[in-house]
Ligand binder design. Structure first.
Ligand code: ADP
Length: 802
């Protein structure tokens, strides 16, 4: 068996780094460890008929922490033993009297402390072994663990965390070899078992009890005497064919070949370039796929306002001349950078155009946005087409900003190296479509296709003008408007939108935003897949932004977060109950309208958690239901709640209105409005608040209600789009009780939002026990992770390829 070994300093996730800031971290410059040749691998407790020898191949000089990886088979459960060798000379731990490694795998979910023993004559070489169960591999063929080292130097505790990036051991296991070592084929019994398996596979295939794909994968593994597969077969071989097929097919789900190569071309990616939910989705979907074995890469514009502190190993990679301009031979010099962000490989497109497309100090909101992103889409394709290795299987584009990818791919780049690459479009918000004037067809190199492209059922915005369209040898004129998102809908191989309800809504006139006809025509390609949440970033048990942590089993920390947020924002914490206003019965079915006195004046205490704290975390735009937000805030205060708003208003007029409201509310202890984008504060608000209001006019998916649920904050939402798919009313939903998780209303009017808020506050007041011991833990336990949705996307990629 051969393992391919890559040991390298990898960037730890934000969470890992933040864990370390709690420790007295000593920054050490990255350095080279001992050459792998200095250390011999040895079998660790391998069972008698396994092949114990492990051949390690690693580039000398690559190695920072030198792992010897071996396989141990402990009573049917394969696990990997990783031998760590650590040189403390020249590090913060030089001269240590003792050293141990703090090891984490599965993204630090499992941790262990390994005491290292001194292994060399110079006193500076330390070694130890730790075990990683096969079930903890980060992907079927990928073993990855993180380490930091701690030692006692001169009586003081010192850390070596690789300058905040952690040490990382990454081992690629050759896929064809399976998860466990091969049986030794020199044993006659092994050969007989393998032969029996090969013949049985043939029989199962002939009866169509296995698919041809399963058959070929299992045949390869059988032929290689894969221990796991042959042992599994040994256990069932005397059963009937159907049972044997079931047992063997079950193994295919984890003995799978390497996944697809998917490249996201996007205008945002959290945490380095975030405006809204699009950024979260791109990062978390890519991460979820990375963990299941897909090779995911991201291409972003190289904005000057990226959070470069969170981009690691940033370097110039290549230079391109991207065709772009009114004449066919004009090009724009473009530098492609590479860097690692949140553990993802990212390429950054930097045009050296006279227009300085991405040196504007902001992501969007420029008069030439359409041109900036059409250029970005073309440059991304140019880069992918010129890479020397195989083309990606799928290019996943997002919203109008990368929509031009789909028509360009099919019309131009298919013939330039991307022939078998498919385009998948995700519509995060149909309200933004990207309009360019006809002359951009020349910029995009599509002038010769003007006749076809400028049709109402292709890329022409709206209907054909009464006077027709004039096409000259140069292409289209400026009076023609093209719609980039429409083009992507027409040209993409598959289209998704971010919730099943929104996928239905966009087919209708109310929310189709003029593209309902086009979408209807291409409905066969359209699927609604609910967005998931990045459970690593959004985890109240570990979130480094929070002053206290909590879990569904122990929510005490939520109260501490609330007290801390009130302190931070200057709101009184132990609020008092206004005169009782309704007869809510504590199970959320009360229907009283808010009618408190609005001052929080007291007659009896709200109890240990103080007054309910209602939050809004949102872009402040029409889509998000600005009048309903304002009415909701006033209703909540009137019913005795305190309110917190974290919002950013792209429009100056809206910003001013909310500034006025902030002044009005800020005068008392009823509310605070913070008008800026503040990621860390948003985490503290989600954790601290009791309720979150999301009264959107339309909401393709919405992430804030999912984050709220994860943090035990009960959403009050309008039943539209993804909000309708994820929030189910505690009182009147038809769903089973364990799925009910919030308060909902249908009408987009003030009485509806007031009623829902009144019901929520009544339930909070009259059912305190139910709220805190049942409702909060229940919603926190619901699963809004990417697990299922990432699988749906994988299926959509596969469907696009077939
Ligand atoms: P949209 O993408 O339409 O803005 P979503 O609910 O899908 O709405 O996603 C919004 C994301 O942006 C969430 O992660 C939310 O926490 C975040 N967000 C919105 N406003 C702010 C703000 N002012 N400060 C920090 N984060 C914000």
């Amino acid at each position: 068996m051969q393992l391919r070994l890559h040991a390298q300093s990898r960037v730890g996730s934000r969470r890992q780094q933040d864990r370390l800031t709690a420790a007295p971290a000593v920054v050490a410059p990255p350095r080279r460890g001992p050459s792998p040749a200095q250390f011999q691998s040895s079998a660790v407790g391998a069972s008698a008929d396994t092949t114990p020898a492990v051949q390690l191949t690693a580039a000398p000089g690559d190695v920072l922490v030198n792992p010897d990886v071996n396989v141990q088979v402990a009573i049917g459960q394969p696990q990997y033993a990783v031998k760590v060798l650590y040189r403390s000379r020249g590090t913060p731990l030089q001269g240590a009297s003792s050293v141990f490694a703090h090891v984490g795998h599965s993204g630090w979910r499992d941790t262990a402390d390994v005491t290292l023993s001194n292994a060399g004559s110079d006193g500076e070489t330390w070694q130890g072994t730790y075990l990683v169960p096969a079930g903890r591999l980060s992907a079927p063929w990928h073993l990855e663990t993180q380490l930091v080292f701690k030692g006692i130097v001169g009586g003081h505790e010192r850390w070596d965390n690789n300058g905040g990036a952690n040490w990382s051991v990454a081992v690629e296991l050759a896929p064809a070899e399976g998860l466990v070592p091969a049986l030794n084929p020199s044993y006659a019994s092994t050969r007989a078992l393998t032969s029996s398996l090969v013949l049985r596979l043939e029989a199962l295939l002939a009866q169509r009890l296995l698919t041809p794909e399963q058959g070929s994968l299992l045949r390869v593994l059988a032929w290689q005497h894969d221990l796991g597969l042959t042992k599994a077969y040994q256990a069932v071989r005397h059963q009937d064919d159907r049972s044997v097929a079931g047992a063997l097919a079950g193994r295919c789900s984890w003995l799978r070949p390497p996944g697809l190569n998917v490249v996201h071309v996007a205008s945002e990616m959290a945490p380095i370039a975030k405006v809204g939910g699009l950024a979260d989705v791109v990062a978390s979907l890519a991460k979820a796929h990375q963990a299941t074995g897909l090779l995911t890469e991201v291409i972003l514009p190289k904005y000057d306002c990226i959070h470069y502190g969170e981009v690691h190993e940033l370097r110039q990679m290549t230079e391109l001349e991207v065709p772009w301009g009114p004449e066919p031979n004009r090009t724009v010099k473009t530098v492609v950078w590479s860097g690692c962000a949140d553990g993802l490989p990212v390429y950054f497109i930097e045009p050296h155009s006279p227009e300085k497309y991405f040196w504007r100090g902001k992501f969007y909101g420029e008069a030439d946005d359409a041109a900036r992103f059409a250029f970005f889409s073309r440059a991304a394709l140019e880069f992918l087409a010129r890479r020397s290795h195989e083309a990606p299987d799928v290019i996943h584009c997002h919203d109008w900003q990368s929509a031009a990818v789909a028509p360009l791919l099919k019309e131009t780049y298919k013939a330039s190296g991307l022939a078998r690459t498919k385009a998948v479009l995700t519509i995060h918000n149909l309200a933004f479509q990207g309009h360019v004037n006809g002359t951009f067809l020349q910029h995009m190199g599509l002038a010769s296709r003007a006749q076809h492209v400028a049709q109402p059922d292709v890329m022409l915005h709206g209907d054909r003008p009464a006077g027709g369209i004039t096409i000259t040898p140069q292409g289209l004129g400026a009076q023609v408007t093209l719609n980039l998102l429409k083009g992507a809908i027409v040209y993409a191989d598959r289209i998704t939108t971010v919730s099943p309800t929104y996928a239905r809504e966009v087919l209708g006139q109310a929310l189709g935003m003029g593209l309902q006809g086009t979408l209807g025509k291409h409905q066969g390609k359209l699927t609604g897949v609910l967005n998931g949440l990045d459970y690593e970033t959004w985890n109240p048990a570990t979130d480094p932004c929070l002053p206290a942590h909590f879990t569904p089993d122990d929510t005490a920390g939520k109260r501490a977060c609330k007290a801390a947020l009130c302190g931070e924002l200057g709101l009184p914490f132990e609020g008092q109950l206004p005169p009782a206003s309704s007869n809510g019965n504590g199970n959320g079915s009360g229907n009283g309208h808010a009618n408190g006195n609005g001052t929080g004046a007291a007659t009896s205490a709200w109890g240990p958690n103080g007054r309910p704290l209602l939050a809004i975390v949102s872009r402040l735009t029409e889509q998000k239901g600005l009048p309903l937000m304002k009415a909701g805030l006033r209703a909540a205060i009137a019913a005795g709640a305190q309110v917190v708003v974290l919002g950013s208003a792209p429009e100056p007029k809206v910003h001013q209105e909310w500034e006025a409201l902030a002044k009005e509310l800020g005068a008392g202890g009823d509310g605070r409005i913070v008008l800026r984008h503040d990621e860390a504060l948003s985490h503290r608000i989600f954790a601290a608040c009791d309720m979150l209001l999301v009264p959107s006019m339309f909401e393709p998916c919405g992430l804030t209600q999912l984050i709220a649920l994860r943090y035990g904050t009960i959403p009050i939402v309008r039943e539209t789009g993804g909000l309708a798919d994820t929030v189910h009313d505690v009182a009147h939903s038809r769903r089973p009780e364990h799925e009910r998780n919030g308060f909902t209303f249908a009408a987009a009017d003030v009485p509806a939002v007031e009623t829902a808020i009144g019901r929520a506050i009544d339930a909070y007041r009259n059912g305190r026990e139910w709220w805190s011991t049942q409702l909060v833990p229940r919603v926190m336990r619901q699963d809004w992770s990417w697990t299922q949705s990432a699988q749906r996307y994988s299926e959509i990629y596969q469907a696009a390829l077939h």
